[in-house]
Ligand binder design. Structure first.
Ligand SMILES: [Fe+2]
Length: 392
């Protein structure tokens, strides 16, 4: 099979990166990320206009050693260039998205195809349980819409915490990143929760026994709710707070509301103060998982943008402001209402009676509730999709 021209282009990019990097400097320093960003910017004109088909066909002809082909980060992840200190990878995104996370590597990435909602966060720790597990609070710092041609840098610490929510299906990102760092750093962490209660938790590279425990819990879900709860209870008696939290975080979003509630009650009984952080964070995680699943049913970019934005803001004003900026509209309330109306008309995601429709418009426009609207407003604000509208 002849090599696809795109493969050659990535080889040239890899060689240029190796030359620019030289043999000195720490890969964990900002220098690595800056050079990676410069190289991507330089190569952007040669990386435009590719489709998913181009990328997939080209990948068939790559000879590069694959960094982690089993990874779920990207569907699939493709390694195009494997150097001594770094690699070049692209990730295909359809309905998958990233969790909120930081990095154990440095680098820079760009969007090749499609577009994504990119948000950065700040974590404030309240209590360090272990080096891999902290309790604290998670704050949204900013959001932007990434389109082809934009390059962003990654620094390997909790100073850069972010998530990507892909708006187009497919979206494809390209990254130059370190494969290994030359000094010990704690591993990548996931962040779960919100401004009052959040967890920072290392979830990668777990010991085989913990992976087995997680898989046993998942398998028990196929049996009955009681089996799952018995297994969870048995684990609760033998494992520490960190392991239990990680197991609950990895399985919680698969549970029914009742099952999750039962698990969290057990966990809070055992560790009352700290367990409350876990409960709040995992209930939030479950709500986000519901929103991500809803996105599978919409392919329109604007619909997916609204679903992405509904996941995170904590107030109605915050939502309107983000829609104003990211959807580039002068009238965010009307923009949102139009989408809700369309979903309701198509019987997708949302059901609205005529009076609920009017109540929804009133909420979005910040109108005080009329007496005859109070019940409808209460019902709307208890819809998981519309919960954010409950806080002005
Ligand atoms: Fe990332």
């Amino acid at each position: 099979m002849t090599t696809h021209p795109l493969v050659d282009r990535f080889q040239v990019l890899g060689q240029a990166m190796a030359d620019a990097l030289g043999t000195t400097g720490s890969d964990a320093s900002p220098r690595f990320s800056r050079i990676a960003a410069e190289q991507l910017e330089c190569f952007l004109p040669k990386l435009r206009g590719f489709s998913l088909e181009d990328i997939l066909s080209a990948a068939l002809t790559t000879k590069a050693e694959q960094l982690d082909v089993e990874s779920h980060f990207g569907d699939p992840p493709i390694t195009w260039f494997m150097g001594e200190r770094f690699c070049i990878e692209s990730y295909v995104w359809n309905d998958n998205s990233t969790n909120v996370h930081d990095h154990a590597f440095a680098g820079a990435w760009t969007t090749l195809v499609g577009q994504s909602l990119h948000r950065q966060y700040r974590f404030e720790a309240d209590e360090k349980i272990t080096p891999d597990f902290e309790l604290g609070r998670l704050f949204l710092q900013n959001g932007e819409r990434l389109v082809p041609g934009m390059v962003r840098q990654i620094t390997p610490s909790d100073q850069f915490i972010h998530d990507l929510y892909h708006l187009d299906r497919p979206s494809i990102t390209l990254i130059i990143r370190t494969c290994r760092l030359d000094h010990p750093l704690r591993g990548q962490r996931h962040y779960i929760g919100h401004e009052q209660h959040a967890l920072a938790l290392k979830t990668f590279d777990r010991p085989p026994m913990e992976i087995l425990q997680r898989r046993l819990l998942k398998a028990s879900l196929q049996d009955s709710e009681a089996t799952f709860l018995h297994l969870f209870q048995a684990l609760l008696e033998q494992e520490d707070f960190e392991v239990i939290t990680r197991l609950a975080a990895k399985t919680g979003f698969l549970l029914s509301h009742k099952q999750l509630g039962d698990c969290l009650r057990l966990l809070e009984n055992r560790w009352p103060l700290q367990g409350h952080y876990v409960s709040e964070a995992l209930l939030h995680q479950r709500q986000l998982a519901t929103m991500i699943n809803l996105r599978h049913r919409r392919t329109d970019t604007q619909d997916r943008l609204l679903l992405g934005l509904l996941r995170c803001p904590s107030t109605r004003e915050d939502l309107l402001e983000q829609v104003r900026t990211l959807a580039e509209t002068e009238d965010p309330a009307a923009w949102i209402f139009q989408r809700f109306e369309q979903w309701a008309e198509e019987g997708e995601l949302l059901q609205l009676t005529p009076t609920q429709r009017e109540a929804l418009r009133g909420i979005l426009e910040g109108q005080p509730a009329r007496n005859d609207e109070i019940l409808d407003r209460f019902t709307l604000q208890n819809e998981p999709l519309l919960q954010v509208l409950g806080t002005p």
